[in-house]
Design a protein around this ligand. Structure first.
Ligand code: GSH
Length: 212
């Protein structure tokens, strides 16, 4: 049985599992508690204490994008991952990773600065650098949406799960306004049945989502 530990970026993994129709369970992880004392079982899985982590039999992994690549390779094939010989593959791979390394990583720190930092540090240099980084990477997403409805072209792929998660996080970060084409894209990806089922599982995420 595949077990996903934690929501947050674990939503990506749960969404993918729902798209693929694989059996899994979500094991909640409460990051707000002092993990060291409260959750030794999770720390045995990931001593770093961050989420998500995933176990599948003897396999234990962290990093949401790596977990997605593993699941599609081991439990595929799936149309969510174009093959290396497919002309869509380079763009797919680029946006699969840009969604985390370019977008979510930057916007996660914007979120932290705006919601968790001491008031006098909420707009400090590093917070502004993270916001600028998110903005420059978004130019690639916007250009792609001028060319096609999805990150890899005409069809939804795992790259859209990766990028959509970053966009959902950006809506919670504060001070980020998505333009209409990006909003329409996010409405398209999150209208999928698999996303709605993922939200039924990731109840903490569902309950913290901002109203539009
Ligand atoms: N690049 C990692 C990021 C993991 C990450 O930063 N997760 C956040 C929540 S979504 C977290 O656990 N933060 C608490 C911490 O880093 O201790 C991934 O994609 O899985």
């Amino acid at each position: 049985m595949i077990t996903v530990y934690g929501e947050g970026r674990g939503l990506r993994v749960v969404w993918l599992l729902e798209e693929m129709g694989l059996a899994y369970r979500l094991r909640p992880v409460d990051l707000s508690k002092k993990l060291k004392d409260s959750d030794p079982e999770f720390l045995a899985i990931n001593p770093g204490g961050f989420i998500p982590a995933m176990t599948d039999g003897d396999v234990t992994m962290v990093e949401s994008i790596a977990i997605m690549e593993y699941l599609m390779a081991r439990h595929g094939p799936t149309e969510l991952a174009p093959a290396p010989s497919d002309p869509r593959y380079p763009g797919y791979l680029q946006f699969l990773h840009l969604g985390e390394a370019g977008l979510a990583t930057a916007v996660y720190y914007v979120f932290g600065a705006h919601h968790l930092a001491p008031p006098d540090q909420r707009e400090n240099w590093t917070a502004q650098q993270a916001l600028r980084g998110f903005g420059t990477r978004m130019r690639l997403v916007k250009r792609q949406l001028e060319r096609a409805p999805y990150m890899a072209g005409e069809a939804f792929t795992a790259a859209d799960i990766s990028v959509s998660y970053a966009l959902l996080l950006s809506k919670r970060a504060g001070g980020i306004v998505l333009d209409d084409a990006v909003k329409a894209y996010l409405a398209r990806t999150t209208a999928r049945d698999a996303y709605q089922r993922a939200l039924d599982v990731c109840t903490a995420t569902r309950d913290s989502a901002p109203a539009d």
